[in-house]
Ligand binder design. Structure first.
Ligand code: NIG
Ligand code: FE
Length: 401
């Protein structure tokens, strides 16, 4: 069924730029964009429906390419402790941090995890997010990682969003494997990952390369397994220290390396050569009161694509608005509004391997877009929180929000 969406201006985000089309129209056919251009060039045709967008600015649906939005409990008590001066690493070393969310997640049923995650993800959807990546990583054993990944698949069936699931079993050491991190990595590589993949629950593989998590050598074992299963790779790298995880990720043609505050010039060059996307997470940067900035200038100089994401998680970024993250990306990391918008559309699509179908408005791509009641696209980045008036269209259908 052909629908005509008329009376709008479009930031197509093709090639990472606004690429504006003023006085434009979009024709959707089923789930796809059939035609896009200026209204005066619209080919004569019959439309089942014509929708007047009242002069709105249309952007691609936003893409949140790094979240841990399925979890039990929350960590507001730790937040209070951190404000009193205890560090994230100290809390982790004393049995809190990720380990406390693992306990709460293991205790929760699939139904409970689904219900709490849906509440959070609905906030993102209302903010204009039509594609989301969600990681496991708070189960840390086969049954509980499976439980998380099944919940992620159920989210995809429940909400009008494209959902990608990433297995992050190598997020932290589970208590059963205390002092045996190599054995846990072997368990992931020999048992968990192949089984979870065989059950169709995994779209990509991630790990946490950090002194308080896993070493580059251990992460490489996980990458080798992912490669043998033909699964794309992502990595939490250089968040708290510099271990060269982002260079390792680049060597394995990772889709993205994420966080990156402590990356070196060599890491930047390696990522540029591999086309690995740099996913920056201003929510975690802010919430941990980080003072070391990711090397923005160097990333840009070497032409590394920069994506931004919420990192929605209970410990380092309880962020329920991607627009707020966009403002922080601009204000803290000095990305221009245009770069920021690219960072949550086309570059985020690259970070998920979805660039052929998502992330920009072009003929043949999915009809995921947001019609914002604003004067200029920079307003999406400018306002701090709140609810910007908008209409959300996912796969050619308007979402009721
Ligand atoms: O992206 N860095 C590791 N993982 C998460 C934090 C997880 C947690 O603290 O629960 C992150 O910041
Ligand atoms: Fe993360």
């Amino acid at each position: 069924m052909k629908k005509l969406w008329k009376n709008c201006h479009i930031a197509t985000m093709q090639a990472g730029q606004y690429s504006s089309i003023e006085n434009a129209a979009i024709v959707t056919l089923g789930q796809q964009i059939h035609w896009i251009g200026t209204f005066k060039d619209l080919p004569a045709d019959a439309y089942a429906e014509t929708i007047d967008l009242n002069g709105a600015w249309v952007t691609p649906g936003l893409i949140d390419c790094h979240t841990h939005s399925v979890f039990g409990g929350n960590r507001s008590v730790e937040f209070e402790k951190r404000l009193q001066g205890v560090s994230y690493a100290e809390i982790a070393a004393s049995g809190g941090g990720i380990a406390s969310t693992v306990r709460a997640t293991r205790e929760a049923s699939e139904e409970q995890l689904l219900a709490s995650a849906l509440k959070r993800i609905r906030c993102l959807l209302k903010d204009g997010v039509t594609t989301i990546e969600i990681k496991s990583g708070y189960g840390l054993d086969y049954a509980n990682e499976r439980k998380m990944l099944r919940v992620i698949r159920q989210i995809a069936e429940t909400l009008p969003m494209t959902v990608r699931s990433t297995c992050l079993a190598a997020h932290a050491l589970p208590p059963e494997y205390q002092d045996q991190s190599d054995a846990y990595i072997e368990h992931i590589c020999n048992d968990m990952l192949p089984k979870l993949h065989q059950e169709g629950l995994v779209d990509a593989v991630d790990a946490f390369c950090e002194y308080l998590a896993f070493s580059p050598a251990q992460v490489e074992r996980v990458f080798k397994t992912a490669q043998s299963l033909n699964l794309p790779i992502k990595l939490h790298a250089e968040q708290l220290s510099s271990l060269g995880g982002s260079s390792l990720a680049a060597r394995y043609q990772a889709l993205s390396a994420d966080h990156l505050e402590f990356m070196t010039e060599d890491d930047v060059k390696a990522m540029a050569a591999a086309g690995t996307v740099a996913v920056l997470l201003p929510g975690a940067f802010y919430f941990l009161r980080e003072t070391k900035y990711p090397p923005l200038e160097s990333l840009q100089q070497h032409g590394v694509r920069i994506a931004l994401s919420s990192d929605l998680n209970p410990g380092t970024s309880p962020a329920l608005s991607l627009r707020l993250m966009m403002n922080m990306g601009s204000t803290l990391f000095r990305l221009t509004p245009e770069q920021t918008l690219a960072a949550v559309t086309i570059h985020a699509a690259h970070a998920l391997g979805l660039q052929e179908t998502h992330g920009s408005l072009e003929q043949g791509k999915v009809a995921d877009f947001v019609a914002w009641d604003i004067e200029h696209p920079s307003e999406i980045v400018y306002w701090l929180g709140g609810d910007l008036p908008k209409r959300i269209i996912q796969h050619g259908n308007e979402v009721s929000i």
